[in-house]
Ligand binder design. Structure first.
Ligand SMILES: [Zn+2]
Length: 339
């Protein structure tokens, strides 16, 4: 008999029936700081694949930095983790959740890309999780560096910002864990008879964007190339829309192998095609509107005001991301028009 924590639908039902509070759980102490958010573990139906779903919005002291998704796959020979959440405390909570499911060693942590909301939890895996191999695409090295000294400026700036915005969950002791092993286009390995296929797409949303397909279970971890039921985040200096669209084409081609998509943000989806289309349609819609404005020499503010956003404005993350996304694309199109 599954418990409240074992299925996302049951979690909802339990919350509605009062069997489990939907918010403000008792704080759970970690070696970093206490986590007081509900921290539910969901299982992909019928397979040993689990995930944690972040809240929508920008990381702040209310959501405790818990804005991204992460997951793990349990095999006979060990655990493979995909992404590590946005604070060491959350990484530690994830470790605890893994230990509730299995005592197998954690062998790998695959990182979809090096953005703060997905990587600060790596510290907990390094310090308390048998030091698994952290695996990422080579393009992440510009951010993560090989050592603390060679880390990129963006990484240092972001860490400083998060020490302010997410204190005490991110503090002076928080550090960025660089990958132990990097790959270029693809990296495939087997663990406990299960095959893990990691592929670099992009740079799309960020340098080093990678997805992981667990073909045996029909599960795709999409990182931030895919968004489930919310507005994507395009407003990053390294975002490359053309490569992003090419990456979505690649994922669309996997449709016969994928039954479930766990995106970097948003909800689990059983409809791979729908997730790909929703992400693609949003990108194309913003690009088309902003390209038209640049072509007609309409200033950004006016162009933004005059664009019909009604199809997106009810989605989570619209307020936090849409204007920045549009501005980023506008600048992009402007740059292109000047070439
Ligand atoms: Zn993210």
């Amino acid at each position: 008999m599954p418990t409240c924590a074992e299925s996302r639908w049951l979690v909802l039902a339990c919350a509605l029936l009062g069997g489990m509070p939907a918010a403000a759980a008792t704080p759970v102490e970690t070696p970093y700081s206490a986590v007081s958010l509900p921290f539910e573990l969901h299982q992909v139906p019928g397979v040993p694949v689990y995930y944690i779903e972040g809240l929508s919005g920008v990381p702040d002291s209310v959501n405790e930095g818990h804005t991204s998704n992460a997951g793990f796959v349990v095999t006979e020979a060990g655990v493979v983790v995909f992404d590590a959440l946005g604070t060491p405390a959350l990484g530690y909570r994830m470790l605890q959740r893994i230990r509730e499911v299995t005592d197998k060693p954690i062998k790998y942590v695959v990182v979809s890309h090096y953005h703060a909301d997905h990587i600060y939890g790596l510290q907990a895996f390094k310090e308390h999780g048998n030091a698994p191999v952290v695996l990422a695409q080579r393009g992440t090295l510009g951010y993560a560096g090989g050592t603390a000294d060679s880390q990129g400026e963006d990484a240092a700036r972001r860490l400083e910002q998060r020490r302010q915005a997410l204190f005490p969950w991110v503090d002076e002791k928080t550090f960025i864990v660089a990958p132990d092993q990097v790959f270029d286009q693809e990296f495939t390995f087997e663990l406990g008879g299960i095959r893990f296929e990691i592929r670099h797409l992009g740079p799309a949303h960020a340098p080093g964007d990678s997805i992981m397909l667990v073909r045996d279970y029909g599960v795709l971890f999409g990182g931030d190339v895919l968004y489930g039921g919310r507005v994507p985040f395009l407003d990053s200096p390294e975002t490359d829309i053309r490569q992003w669209l090419a990456g979505l084409d690649y994922i669309a081609g996997l449709k016969d192998q994928v039954r479930y998509i766990i995106p970097g943000h948003g909800t689990l989806s059983e409809d791979a095609q729908q997730v790909v289309e929703a992400t693609r349609n949003y990108i194309l819609y913003v690009r088309e509107a902003m390209a038209r404005a640049v072509r007609d020499l309409v200033p950004f503010d006016e162009a933004y005001r005059n664009t019909d956003w009604s199809r997106y404005e009810k989605l989570p993350a619209f307020d936090a991301s849409n204007r920045g996304n549009a501005y980023r694309i506008y600048l992009d199109e402007e740059g292109r028009s000047l070439k």
